[in-house]
Design a protein around this ligand. Structure first.
Ligand code: HEM
Length: 183
């Protein structure tokens, strides 16, 4: 599958917008968690936890899945490939891990906090509220950096593919799949 130039550009716009939205959302969750754990006021804690729940219920998974799907489309539809370059493959696994962590750790944690503050119980483990946003924010910042710098070169599979391509077209001076990698 090869994306046409306009399709690749449109997908890249969707991808970067979704990824930036996910990062901004995590920053918002972090601000709310800090507000919740640095106050003694029960109404403020409850308001912060309920706002976190709203973000987590409505936005976290859609943005995570949109980033993942548009990233997959860009990988499979361009010379970057999914398992060809280390920076793409790293992002793929890290995005899967952070999406799973959001679904199975972040959201249940926020739901538990809201359940206990709404019956008037104190938040027993505030670090639980802030750990998720800190871990995911670090992961997204790291992924933004490697997306821009594109470090580490080809994977073993990518090197093998390039060798095969070169052997298959020995008369060509450059690997046709390597040219024009930017959108
Ligand atoms: C939070 C997660 C992610 C962030 C923050 C992110 C960020 C970005 C950014 C900023 C770019 C633009 C780089 C540039 O044009 O110089 C980009 C491009 C790209 N991303 Fe992601 N990305 C994420 C997840 C993924 C995933 C999961 C995949 C693969 C499954 C992926 C595959 C790609 C590919 C192949 C490109 C290059 C597209 C092209 O040049 O046409 N990304 N990403």
């Amino acid at each position: 599958m090869k994306l046409s130039r306009p399709a690749r550009r449109a997908t890249l716009v969707v991808h970067v917008t979704a990824a930036a939205g996910w990062l901004g959302l995590t920053l918002g969750l972090l601000a709310l968690a800090v507000a919740a754990i640095t106050t003694d006021s029960a109404p403020v804690i409850e308001a912060a936890a309920r706002s976190m729940k709203l973000f987590a219920d409505w936005l976290v998974l859609p943005l995570a899945l949109l980033t993942l799907l548009s990233g997959l489309l860009l990988s499979l539809g361009t010379p970057w490939g999914l398992a060809r370059h280390r920076w793409v493959y790293t992002k793929f696994w890290l995005t899967l891990a952070t999406t799973a962590a959001s679904a199975f750790a972040l959201r249940p944690g926020i739901n538990d906090t809201v359940a206990s503050v709404s019956v008037g119980s104190p938040v027993t483990d505030p670090t639980g509220l802030i750990a998720g946003p800190i871990v995911s924010l670090s992961a997204y910042l790291f992924m933004t950096v490697i997306s821009v710098l594109k470090p580490w070169g080809l994977t073993r599979r990518g090197r093998k593919q390039r060798g095969q391509n070169r052997r298959g077209s020995a008369h060509k001076p450059v690997d046709a799949k390597d040219v024009r990698q930017t959108a």
